[in-house]
Design a binder for this molecule. Sequence first.
Ligand SMILES: Cc1ncc(COP(=O)(O)O)c(C=O)c1O
Length: 394
Amino acid sequence: MSHIINRRNWLRLAGLLSAGLGLSRWQEAKAAFIPDSVAAEQRLFQEFAQLNNLPPDTIPALKARLFANENPYGIAASAKEALNKASVLGNRYAWMEFAQLKTLIGKEEGVAAKNILITPGSSDVLMAGAAYYSQKGPILTCRPTYDDLLERATGMKGQVLTVPATAGLGYDLAALKAKALSTPGLSMVYIVNPNNPTGTLVPAAELTQFCRDVAPTVPVFIDEAYIDFLEPAERPMLGKLITEGLDVILARTFSKIHGFAGLRLGYVMAQPKTLQQIKPFTNGEFAVSITTLMAGIASYQDQAWQTYCRTENAKARDYTMKALKGLGYEPIPSAANFILFPIKMKTKAFEGQMYGHGVGIQTREIDKQPYCRVSIGTQAEMETFVDAFKKVVG
Ligand SMILES: Cc1ncc(COP(=O)(O)O)c(C=O)c1O
């Protein structure tokens, strides 16, 4: 650890970060194929390895890895067991397992198997959505939000229109609705709920009404990557709108509550016709391995594991919120596994100094105000974060 992070190196890192290091050829090659958010994390790793003369692709030793909204508890024991069982099936194509998972999802969400497409993580369907909708017309959203789909769309020469967020940095549904219904030629409305990076939540009833009002005119694409952190009774359960025939697209991932960020599993629910249109731009269901699929089937049924992760996340989040407020900061109330709050330092200097203490977080500017986004790790990791934060902000 000490050979990786020391005072001299964090100063150099902070300097390099603020100078905006050019991408290496390795980075360029990777950035071409992966979402921007992942590329940004990998760039940090690379810069760190470079500073310390470590071999490329070295992952720096962090005391608390709080920059990627991952699940700090790992994967369920039931998922590990399924992975082991599946490993001997590696010579066989997955077949019935897709149907099995769709049956489970369909039962839970109130949709039919024909409304579900399994994907290797939800990024696959975000990229496919960007490819398909960006060529049809402008995409409407509310920023700040998760930019991967939007940046891919503009990268493909598509147009992204935005409405400003509410005063609390939430999605402004009234403004979105007004613009969606008055702008001819829109291809879709993109909403992230709970939102990333803000952690804000659009209440279920409002979102349901929004879809009923807007989806008959413009498709509504809702990225629900963090939905599992809500208590079941709080979830919007928008599958019913799909069954009613509305053009609502729901992207889900196993990367968060299930801890499958590295295993790669997600799914999208939509009208069969919409799935047919998006599917050619995805990598196809066969991009999901049988091991991941079988582990996913186990994890999906493991309610105890999901409840454990949700409860622990809420406890560690409460602790962090209280600690930040106690230090005079104003974190935005979060419904997810991360917290966004305004900081009083320049973003890259703050990021570099936190790294110097072995804590990886993300920063960004919103309306010229620097913010920190910290993922919720274990209680011990959040205590490490708070200790480091106190040292950095004095
Ligand atoms: C809002 C949102 N959507 C989608 C993703 C992509 O996740 P994955 O591709 O791992 O499913 C993320 C990842 O952090 C996210 O924050």
